[in-house]
Design a protein around this ligand. Structure first.
Ligand SMILES: [Zn+2]
Length: 510
């Protein structure tokens, strides 16, 4: 949540104020009567639970039966965040991404100053619901105050509980939030709730995500999950309701504690969701943090307007990208990547091909010609060279990386062509190629898209000559009279320059 400096400042005062903390918490809970929400209007209901700085790979080792029950009942998608210069792995960008359903290059929050925020254009989901479904009964409870003061989460809520964990400590306030949310679920008829717990981040900073104390804190917050789930199931009207519960986090933590940077452990995040239509036991590789909002909307039956510009998709919708079904290997030459991490392959999906006739010899084996890789495998090759900015790729993507290839003796130049399957365009006048890309330009490097009809000579339809930082792309070409098939080629050439990423390739016709 807060920057390391101010967070540690807060922590240093915690012991000294321990006595007054308990009093303050008691006073706060006495002073704050449970608000009365408007009566709910929906049988489809959603509870979003945010846990700050929760390293998902530590849940297994924790006494967390309720989170683990959700994993077996629901869909659990882990992924990595951006890093600088797109945004820090800190709470401002993380909760903004969760609440708005867009990446930091849209919502504008790059760090905990919130400078540049664009919530007017990309509002939080409660604010959006207040616009399009004002009859829904909504509630938000947070104890990291900026989520209210900066307008990240609470605007649009019919009732809210805002506590100041930085001032008073999070332990008591987290408990107050759990208790009030439990009371509202038990005694009222809310439709949508956002509930936040912050102490996981405090313990992460203080004792590290590798500590027993961190596991103990996961166990504490797991009991809150259990109470809220039990309150839902105990509702007299539960049998006629359709509840979705989502747990997500804003960033990871180093084993020794701390976040904000580009280490894999700081970038770790997840979405865990249970509810109608959400597959049990699923572990998709194509989930990303922007998927919380589309999942909420889908479960509520709220259609997403393309004009909202959301970056996510509901967690229950699986990718049809053939790259995501490839079998991946562990490292060969890349000794900086842990030997357990899968991974990469040079074998394209059925119908695809890679032409390396003009490719130089030697170099780092993983990057000799187009490779199909995961975010973790590729971005572990070298930090802070923008590989972390590949936010609009999902699961496995294709990469041509002349920079990494050149890290071992080689001859010649990097020259590799990725060829799509042939697509039937019989009787069509236009063919369209859609994909997402991350392209980093340098020197005489070239990135070209070529089109071929009926297996004929490829012709150039687009060249990239400047950076494209994780953006959707489309190319539309005229189909010659009489042509029956089209394919596209991605040709990358370079000599120890940067890289080109391609993902989510779709070909259509009109
Ligand atoms: Zn923090």
């Amino acid at each position: 949540m807060t920057s390391h400096l101010s967070r540690r400042t807060v922590l240093s005062t915690t012991a000294a104020t321990a006595a007054t903390l308990a009093l303050g918490t008691a006073a706060a809970s006495q002073a704050h009567a449970v608000p009365t929400l408007p009566n709910g209007t929906s049988k489809d209901k959603v509870l979003v639970i945010g846990m700050d700085g929760l390293r998902h790979d530590r849940i297994d080792a924790a006494n967390a039966p309720h989170l683990k029950a959700m994993m077996s009942e629901g869909t659990y998608g882990t992924s990595l965040l951006y890093a600088s210069p797109m945004a820090a792995t800190s709470s401002g960008p993380g909760w903004s991404t969760i609440s708005t359903g867009v990446w930091p290059d849209k919502h504008g929050v790059k760090d905990n100053t919130f400078a540049g925020k664009k919530y007017d254009q990309y509002p939080g989901f409660l604010a959006r619901l207040a616009q399009v479904r004002p009859a829904l009964s909504t509630y938000a409870a947070v104890d990291w105050k900026p989520l209210d003061a900066q307008g990240t989460v609470t605007p649009g809520a019919d009732a809210k509980l805002v506590l100041d964990g930085d001032r008073d400590g999070y332990t008591g306030h987290d408990a107050t939030i759990a208790g009030e949310a439990e009371a509202i679920i038990s005694g009222q008829n809310p439709d949508v709730l956002f509930v936040y717990f912050g102490q996981s981040d405090i313990v992460g900073h203080n004792q590290g995500a590798g500590s027993q104390a961190y596991l103990d804190q996961i166990a504490v917050q797991d009991t809150y999950v259990g109470r809220l789930r039990a309150a839902i199931k105990a509702r007299p009207s539960y049998a006629t309701e359709r509840w979705t519960v989502i747990v997500a986090t804003d960033h990871g933590h180093l084993d020794v504690g701390g976040h904000g940077g580009s280490a894999i452990e700081e970038r770790r995040t997840f979405i865990l969701a249970t509810g109608p239509g959400i597959a049990a036991g699923a572990r998709p590789i194509d989930t990303r943090l922007v998927d919380v909002v589309p999942t909420v909307f889908k479960q509520l039956g709220v259609p997403v307007d393309p004009a909202w510009g959301l970056d996510g998709k509901p967690v229950q919708e699986r990718s049809t990208d053939p790259f995501d079904a490839l079998t991946l290997s562990t490292r060969t030459d890349e000794t900086g990547i842990p030997s357990t991490v899968r991974g990469f392959t040079h074998t394209p999906p059925s119908g695809w091909s890679v032409i390396n006739n003009a490719m130089g010899t030697g170099g780092i084996a993983e990057w000799r010609g187009w490779a199909f890789v995961t975010d973790e495998f590729w971005s572990r090759t070298q930090r802070d060279q923008w590989r972390e900015l590949n936010v609009r790729a999902r699961g496995v993507f294709a990469v041509a990386d002349s920079d990494e290839w050149a890290d071992k003796n080689f001859s010649g130049t990097y020259d590799s062509i990725l060829v799509t399957p042939a697509y039937d365009v019989t009787g069509s006048s236009k063919a369209r190629l859609d994909f997402t890309t991350l392209y980093r330009q340098e020197g005489s490097q070239q990135a070209q898209i070529l089109v071929s009809f009926n297996g004929g000579n490829p012709t150039l339809v687009r060249s990239y000559t400047s950076d494209v930082v994780s953006q959707p792309q489309s190319v539309t070409v005229d189909v010659p009279v009489g042509a029956s098939s089209v394919n596209f080629r991605f040709r990358y050439t370079g000599s120890n320059n940067w890289y080109w990423v391609i993902d989510g390739v779709r070909i259509s016709r009109s």
